[in-house]
Structures are given as structure tokens and as C-alpha cells.
Design a protein around this ligand. Structure first.
Ligand code: ADP
Ligand code: MG
Length: 681
């Protein structure tokens, strides 16, 4: 990697404070980070028209002679430098007198900038470049435009980039030679130069950009392959059971598992019985019954004499699981969260350490070092996207060879799944438990609020239980909260004590009480923020109103909608949106109205929004790509996956020449740490 691991401050003219700004921009403090800070567009200065024929509104480069300087009449006015190329006149407009020195009367100059027409005159307001004709070569014909930040100009990035490029070594090639030849790709360093300091060859620049995008995906796929191999190499253990605990739990539950629950369980059983660690993703739409599968898997561990832990991302969700599972489980379940009182907590910790508590449910409190298990056989992780990969692994590390089951309610598009969960096996719950119809979804402008409320009044008269969700926009929690409180006050005035309020800023006990009141039917209209998004299970609730639905991700709306339609009765979801909705936003809500299939919705959301926020949660933890754009990822990733597999099959420890090159690639893209973390953990 050589010099490109050096800090940005080794570049001439870059002191500590500029380096800090650049580092913020580039996502890291070294030349390597800067080199991978990609331009998002280019300015083309090749258009060199005669002034008489020039079109305003374009970036042009002109060769002109300075005729005279027109002094401003007052201080609010700019200086005007009148120039000509012999075909017509134009005014260079300057707000800084200092630049006049660059353009003395009679000078022959090359100037470049955006040409405008103002009051029937051609003008060049503060041009980007003003150079004597003899130094015209200093102006790049194609100029990259980088994403910028306060205190960093494009010119500055360009200068720093030139310095970094000068220190960029040639790396050995990591791309498979025949692929390289077929695509006519140049080497990494040459490709990076083509993108960061482009010449006029547009096609070559595009090819170079594609190569770099491929490099990024190849790094990802090699890292994934290494992770997978490391997992396979870990010793596992065989967990088998006689089914007596399961049978008891199912008897209490009173329903048979659905066909896909049964299939998922037999896949899980086979993994647990095998003498290698399980790493399985249980993917199932909201309400598909993942919790039951989790419990039955945990009981299998208990039958085998081992312990099992279920971890969920929020206190609320943990409480919910604890209630549901305690009612069904024939064995003790411990509860471990931040709010469990100290004495109780000590008792649970003791029980986990001596094995007298076979099952436990908790938040990330379960991760903590001092939590010891006598024999943790299975870790189940719910709503995995809210945890980091490292945390997922660290719970698995609580026991030698612990099996890991990850549950996600957010269907993930196939292309992302390859990336995020590529090392996992997948089980899917494809149907809902019997008797559950689609949630009838309708769309209303907020202007129709009076009619919506009248409709709710009728539903309440018939005994309905209703969620009213106000969005958390998170720019200001205080504002969000006051919106929810205003709505609560307004609905409370109309419907009296039947209205409850639950939100994330509330004292946990108050919120619990509000949810419990709603679950028990003491309140029947619950105004809430997205705290009800996951885990809240009130089968009697049949109506969900979502205010400002246009502010949510589709996947999140779908998740919310899944809070109703959990019983046998027909259910409704009303999407309220601000008046004058943009067509794209309208299209998104319409899609949700017409589709109940979470997988289809996730794919559509992915296409409509880009992958950055596919889960509809800010904490999504999905990868950001520096180079590869969404459109090209899928096709390139398939190639990269094959290439990585071939490389690792032949050279699993990266010892060959190409393997060592690939190791450099991993380090270029910050993949070596995640690999080491997983391999070492
Ligand atoms: P998920 O966690 O996948 O969103 P849940 O596990 O909360 O879904 O299940 C949704 C609802 O369906 C719950 O009320 C649960 O009791 C019920 N349920 C789960 N499996 C079955 C089944 N096999 N038969 C009938 N009801 C079921
Ligand atoms: Mg399991």
C-alpha cells in the first residue's frame, strides 16, 4: 500500500485543519481515503465557440483580448471587463477587484466559465479560469466535480488529489486476467487516474469507473468468502431433542404450525443437529409467525440440555416477546434488559451462569461481558438490521460453537441479501397463519381529516381498536412529540378517555401502561409514534391510521400496517398524506395500497429510493458504496461473486500472487478489519 497510507498532511499545502476537512469529506484521514473520494460529475471545458455564435447557458472556453475595464458606479455594482474575440464583445463580471490584476487591458487570455446573456449582453460572471494564452494548458479540459464540504473548494480537492495521485503506486493486478482483457480494463492506478484526473476520452473514463466499481464489489465478495470459510472452519456441536417441550408449547398455543413454519423448523433442526455452527436467516413478512419458530427452536436447545437466548433491539420488543413466550414455554424464561431491577437482574445472571435458567430474552444487555452462560447452545436475534454485524457475532461467541438464528421482518432485496447475509443460510416463511386476509389500504389527503375521523367514530361505535401513528422525523424530537401530543389532545377532545398515547420519549413504565391499556381494551384509540412499529401484538386492533405516510419508507409502512390484520376480523389501513403530493410519492403510496407482499414492496422501495435507506430505518446498517451505483451493482456483483469464489477455491488463504493482490484490495476498501473481526471472533 506504500505511501497512500500516509496522512493527508504530507501533501504540500495541506495543514492539519484542511486535512481534517478533507478527511471528513473522504471518510478517512489518509491519501487512500482521498483517492477513493469519487467525483460525482465532470465539467467539460472543450466547447470553444466564437462569441458571435456562442450559446448562453453553457460552459465555454474563449480566447479573448481585454479592451477596457468599466468601473462600477457604486459599491453594490460589479466591475466589468470588456473583452472580444474579434467576432463579438462580452463582459467579464467581477465582484472582487483583486482579480482585475489577472486581466490588464490589451492582454490575450483564455477564460472559461458559464456564459450568460444579461440585458442583451453576453456576460461571463466570475469565470472559473483566467489564464494568459501561453499558460492555457494549465486548465483541464475535463474537470471532475467532487462532493464538497464547508471550507473545501473543488480546486482544493483537485490539488490535493493531484498530490495523492503522484504518490499512488502500481499495484499487482487482482482482477482475473481474462475478465480484464474482455472488458479492456486498465490497471487500478491507471483507472483511478482516468477518473480523478480525467482526459478527454469519455469512453475510457467510463470504463475506468466501471472497473473501480467492480473492484469495490470484488473486495466485498472476497471478504464475504473469507467470512464464510472461517465460519465453516469453526467447530460446532450437535443439538438434538426428543420434542417433549415443543409438544407442550404447541399444546398451549393451540394451533398447528403453518407449512412454512414447519419447513423452517426442519431446516433449523437439521442445522442444530449437525456438528457445525448454524448461521441461518429466518426471513418472513410481518405477521408470518417468526416468534413461534424462535420459541420452538429455543426449546429444542433446552431439550438438548443447553441454553438459548433471544435478543431484540428495543426494550418494548423484548417485553412483548417475553410476555408471548412466557405464556407458551414449559420452562423458565429469564428477562434481561436495562430496566430490570438490580436484585432480579443478579438472580437472572446467576441462573444463566449455573444453568438453572434455560431460556432468556433481552436487549443488547445480553452482550455484556459479565453475562455468562453455563452452556449457550442457540442465540436468536430478532430484527437483526438494528444490530451491527459485530454484535451479532459477539452474542454467538458467548458459547463455544453457539448456533445463531437471525430473524428479520424486513424483506431484503436479493441483491442486498447476497451482500449482507451472504454467509448465511436462509429459511423463509412464505404464508401467513390461517384466517388472515389482506389489510384493506386506502389513501387520503390530510384535507379529508374530518371524514376520516367521522369514519373512525363509526368504527369505534362498532367496537374497533385503532392505532393512529404520527411520524418521527427526528430532525427535532421535540417537534415530533408535540405533533403527536397535539393529535392526542385533538382526538381526546373528540373521543374522550378512549384515547391513549404512547411514544419513545415517555417513561418506559408510562408507555408500557399505555400499550397495556390498549391491549386490554381500556383504551381503544392509541396515538403513537413508530414505537408500535415492531413487536406490538394486539390481535383485536383492526384499524391503523398513518399520518404523513409520505414521510415513511415503503418497507416501514408495510411493517406498520402489519400491526393490524393479526386477528380474524377484516382490517383497514388509512394512509394520510399532505395535500398536493408529488407524483412519485403518490406512486409509492399507491403501490403499497395495491400490494400486500412485503418482498415485492421491498424490491420496489429499493428501486424508488436507492439502497441507502431500504429498511426505512435510519439505523439500517446497510452498506454504503463509494463507487458502485445501484444500477450496475447487480450485474457486476454476480461476476465478482464468481470471481471471488474461483479465487478462494484455488487459494483459500490468499498466498498466491493474485491472492496477495486481493489482500491489498481488501485493505484498500477497508474490508480487512471486518474479516479479521469475524475470523478472529
Ligand atoms: P412475526 O413475528 O413474524 O411478525 P408473529 O410471530 O408475531 O409474527 O405472529 C403473528 C401472529 O400470528 C401472532 O398473533 C401469532 O400468535 C400468530 N401465529 C403464529 N403462528 C401461527 C400459527 N401457526 N397458527 C395460528 N396463528 C399463528
Ligand atoms: Mg434457532
Amino acid at each position: 500500500m506504500g505511501e497512500i497510507r500516509a496522512p493527508l498532511t504530507i501533501l504540500p499545502g495541506i495543514g492539519p485543519s484542511l486535512a481534517a476537512s478533507l478527511a471528513r469529506l473522504a471518510g478517512g484521514p489518509t491519501l487512500r481515503h482521498l483517492l477513493l473520494h469519487m467525483p460525482d460529475s465532470t465539467v467539460d471545458r472543450r466547447e470553444r465557440p466564437r462569441l458571435a455564435a456562442a450559446r448562453p447557458g453553457r460552459i465555454v472556453t474563449l480566447e479573448v483580448e481585454v479592451m477596457r475595464h468599466d468601473k462600477p458606479r457604486n459599491r453594490a455594482q460589479p466591475w466589468r471587463v470588456v473583452v472580444t474575440d474579434g467576432s463579438a464583445f462580452a463582459d467579464i463580471v467581477l465582484f472582487h477587484q483583486a482579480r482585475l490584476g489577472q486581466m490588464p487591458v490589451g492582454a490575450k487570455l483564455v477564460v472559461s466559465g458559464k456564459l450568460e446573456r444579461f440585458a442583451d449582453k453576453l456576460t461571463l460572471p466570475h469565470p472559473d479560469y483566467v489564464l494568459p494564452v501561453a499558460r492555457a494548458a494549465e486548465m483541464p479540459a475535463i474537470e471532475p466535480v467532487w462532493p464538497l464540504t464547508a471550507g473545501v473548494t473543488n480546486r482544493l480537492v483537485g490539488r490535493a488529489m493531484a498530490g495523492a495521485l503522484a504518490r499512488l503506486p502500481e499495484f499487482p493486478e487482482w482482477i482475473e486476467p481474462s475478465l480484464l482483457a474482455r472488458r479492456r480494463w486498465t490497471g487500478f492506478a491507471a483507472s483511478l487516474r482516468r477518473v480523478q484526473a480525467p482526459d478527454a476520452d469519455d469512453a475510457a473514463r467510463e470504463a475506468a469507473r466501471t472497473r473501480l466499481a467492480y473492484d469495490e464489489l470484488l473486495a466485498e465478495q472476497v471478504a464475504l468468502g473469507l467470512r464464510r470459510a472461517a465460519r465453516r472452519a469453526r467447530p460446532g456441536r450437535s443439538l438434538r431433542g426428543d420434542g417433549h417441550l415443543r409438544a407442550e408449547a404447541l399444546a398451549r398455543f393451540g394451533f398447528q404450525p403453518t407449512p412454512s413454519q414447519t419447513r423452517a423448523l426442519s431446516e433449523i433442526d437439521a442445522d442444530m443437529a449437525a456438528a457445525r455452527p448454524m448461521l441461518r436467516l429466518l426471513q418472513g413478512d410481518v405477521g408470518s409467525g417468526k416468534t413461534l419458530v424462535a420459541l420452538l427452536a429455543m426449546l429444542r436447545a433446552a431439550e438438548a440440555g443447553a441454553q438459548a437466548a433471544l435478543m431484540a433491539p428495543t426494550e418494548l420488543l423484548v417485553q412483548q416477546h417475553f410476555r408471548t413466550l412466557s405464556a407458551l414455554s414449559p420452562v423458565t424464561i429469564g428477562l434481561l434488559t436495562g430496566s430490570v431491577p438490580a436484585a432480579e437482574r443478579r438472580a437472572v445472571l446467576r441462573g444463566l451462569a449455573d444453568g438453572s435458567i434455560p431460556l432468556v430474552i433481552g436487549t443488547h444487555a445480553l452482550f455484556q461481558k459479565h453475562v455468562e452462560f453455563r452452556d449457550l447452545g442457540l442465540a436468536v436475534i430478532d430484527e437483526q438490521h438494528r444490530f451491527g454485524v459485530e454484535q451479532r457475532v459477539s452474542l454467538g461467541d458467548k458459547g463455544a460453537a453457539t448456533d445463531v438464528l437471525v430473524m428479520t421482518a424486513t424483506p431484503i432485496p436479493r441483491s442486498l441479501r447476497l451482500t449482507q447475509y451472504g454467509e448465511m443460510d436462509v429459511s423463509k416463511l412464505t404464508e401467513k397463519p390461517r384466517g388472515r386476509g389482506p389489510v384493506r389500504t386506502t389513501i387520503h389527503p390530510i384535507g379529508a381529516l374530518p371524514e376520516v375521523i367521522a369514519g373512525l367514530a363509526r368504527a369505534l361505535d362498532r367496537g374497533a381498536r385503532i392505532y393512529w401513528v404520527c411520524p418521527l422525523v427526528s430532525e427535532s424530537e421535540a417537534l415530533d412529540l408535540s405533533a403527536a401530543e397535539d393529535r392526542f389532545a385533538m382526538l381526546g377532545k373528540r373521543f374522550g378517555p378512549a384515547v391513549g398515547l404512547a411514544h419513545g420519549q415517555q417513561d418506559a413504565r408510562l408507555r408500557e401502561a399505555a400499550l397495556a391499556d390498549f391491549a386490554a381494551g381500556r383504551t381503544r384509540l392509541l396515538v403513537a409514534t413508530t414505537v408500535v412499529e415492531v413487536g406490538v401484538d394486539v390481535p383485536e386492533a383492526t384499524v391503523m391510521v398513518i399520518e404523513h405516510a409520505e414521510r415513511f419508507g415503503l418497507a416501514q409502512l408495510h411493517q406498520l400496517r402489519g400491526r393490524v390484520g393479526r386477528g380474524a376480523a377484516e382490517s383497514f389501513c388509512l394512509l394520510l398524506h399532505e395535500d398536493g403530493l408529488a407524483p412519485v410519492a403518490q406512486a409509492r403510496l399507491t403501490l403499497l395500497r395495491d400490494t400486500q407482499d412485503g418482498f415485492e414492496i421491498a424490491d420496489a422501495d429499493f428501486r424508488l429510493r436507492g439502497h441507502g435507506d431500504v429498511t426505512g430505518t435510519k439505523q439500517s446498517g446497510l452498506p454504503g458504496y463509494r463507487l458502485a451505483n445501484v444500477a450496475e451493482q447487480e450485474a457486476l456483483r454476480e461476476v465478482a461473486a464468481k470471481d471471488a469464489t474461483m479465487l478462494l477455491d484455488g487459494d483459500p488463504t490468499l498466498r498466491s500472487a493474485r491472492g496477495r493482490a486481493a489482500d491489498i484490495l481488501l485493505r484498500l476498501f477497508d474490508k480487512e478489519d471486518s474479516v479479521r473481526g469475524l475470523v478472529g471472533g
